[in-house]
Design a protein around this ligand. Structure first.
Ligand SMILES: Cc1cc2nc3c(=O)[nH]c(=O)nc-3n(C[C@H](O)[C@H](O)[C@H](O)COP(=O)(O)OP(=O)(O)OC[C@H]3O[C@@H](n4cnc5c(N)ncnc54)[C@H](O)[C@@H]3O)c2cc1C
Length: 377
């Protein structure tokens, strides 16, 4: 079940080698310096990883979500996270592919898939996160331009990205049915990027607020029909949640690997701590839940590749895999004892990365609501 094909295995190995050599040895330093390693995005573009799920016609890999999940998981195993900017880059690219015009695809999508333009996905606002339909940023059509006013918060890749997929209200009385999405270029007039947020983790990825002050966006940059932007945002998030579930699985696997290897070599009371049954049971639970996370992520991915509706499957996978990653990484820190709390041993970073995954792209509570909604309809 879910055995990689020869092509998938080649891509997994390519990502694994790249992540192990180029990211893993440096990530703690980038984290401490708060430095975004742009050259990593550039190189991922050269390797064909910036548009994995996008059609080959626009420079993507045309690979499908199963391959995407496997490759992202491998990157996370080798780095304990490390590629968090990629799902949100793709969340910006996916609606352009699915709903954009030919001109938008030629002008923007091809740059995104080639790794020449980093994307950001801007939905959340200071007063609207889980309740995304309550966003207040407005977009008013004046002649051949939309004029945007409002603010976004916690936007991944902001300040580094060249292109922003921005959701704004084109009809403030229609809730989710009054939202449209727009491609905003980084130097659009009236587009202001805020200060870099100071975070618990992932400081090697930029997170900033955005402000729109009479920001002018050409009519040609609206993605899809007017007032249909919420649908395209949810479409992007469904796919992107598969990526988050796969990344969370990789983080769990990285933490488990560290815990197993430490438990075998750390002695207490005259024997390896791996001999203690309580440690064995912790490891057994960590392994079981990691495997279950992988199965749920792959299930959602294969359903997506088969063209099925995946809102509930992706939400289930995202919720289970990220909650598991939090439990597994916390237990890994516990198994490493005092060393687990030290940065040098890296599992503490895995724990901080896992925490974010329970929040970003819809919290675990919201994923639970999506699953329940499907059950109770
Ligand atoms: C580092 C970071 C990067 C991010 N990157 C991006 C990005 O690139 N683009 C973007 O658009 N957003 C981004 N976000 C925002 C993220 O998606 C939101 O923070 C998240 O959706 C939650 O919204 P909120 O913070 O407003 O919390 P709230 O919506 O205020 O929720 C607060 C708490 O209430 C719970 N809650 C809310 N409603 C319900 C309910 N109906 N039932 C039960 N519980 C509920 C939530 O689960 C949560 O525990 C990022 C956030 C962080 C921290």
């Amino acid at each position: 079940m879910f055995t990689p094909t020869e092509e998938q295995q080649m891509l997994i190995d390519m990502m694994g080698k790249f992540a192990e050599k180029e990211i893993a040895p440096n990530i703690l330093q980038w984290e401490e310096e708060g430095k975004f390693a742009r050259h990593i995005f550039d190189k991922l573009g050269e390797l064909g990883f910036c548009g994995m799920t996008i059609t080959e016609e626009y420079g993507g890999g045309g690979l499908g979500y199963m391959t995407y999940a496997m490759v992202l998981e491998e990157g996370a195993i080798k780095t304990g996270g490390g590629l968090g900017f990629l799902p949100l880059h793709l969340a910006a690219a996916t609606p352009i592919e699915a709903f954009g015009t030919k001109e938008q695809k030629e002008k923007y999508l091809t740059k995104m898939t080639a790794g020449k333009a980093l994307g950001a996905f801007a939905l959340t606002e200071p007063n609207a996160g889980s309740d995304a339909a309550a966003i207040m940023t407005s977009a008013v059509l004046r002649g051949d331009r939309y004029v945007l006013n409002g603010a976004k918060s916690f936007i991944t890749n902001a300040g580094e990205a060249e292109l922003y997929l921005v959701m704004a209200k084109t009809d403030k009385d229609k809730g989710a049915n009054g939202i449209s999405s727009f491609i905003v270029e980084k130097d659009a007039p009236g587009f202001i990027v805020g200060q870099k947020e100071k975070k618990m983790g992932l400081n090697y990825i930029s997170t900033r607020g955005l402000t729109f002050e009479e920001c002018e966006v050409p009519l040609a940059n609206r993605v899809g029909e007017e007032n249909k932007g919420f649908l395209s945002a949810m479409y992007a998030l469904d796919g992107s949640r598969i990526g988050v579930a796969a990344s969370a699985t990789g983080i769990s696997q990285a933490a488990l690997n560290a815990a197993v290897s430490y438990a075998k070599q750390r002695y207490a009371f005259g024997q390896p701590i791996a001999n203690f049954q309580i440690i064995q049971f912790m490891l057994a639970d960590m392994e079981t839940e990691t495997v279950a996370s992988r199965m749920l992520a792959y299930r959602a991915a294969s359903m997506k590749d088969e063209g099925k509706k995946i809102a509930a499957a992706a939400a289930m996978a995202k919720r289970y895999a990220t909650d598991t990653a939090m439990r597994v990484t916390t237990n890994a820190v516990q198994i490493l004892g005092g060393y687990g709390y030290m940065k040098e041993y890296t599992v503490e970073r895995y724990m901080r990365e896992a925490k974010l995954l329970q929040i970003v792209e819809g919290t675990s509570q919201i994923q639970g609501l999506v699953v329940a909604r499907e059950l109770l309809k």
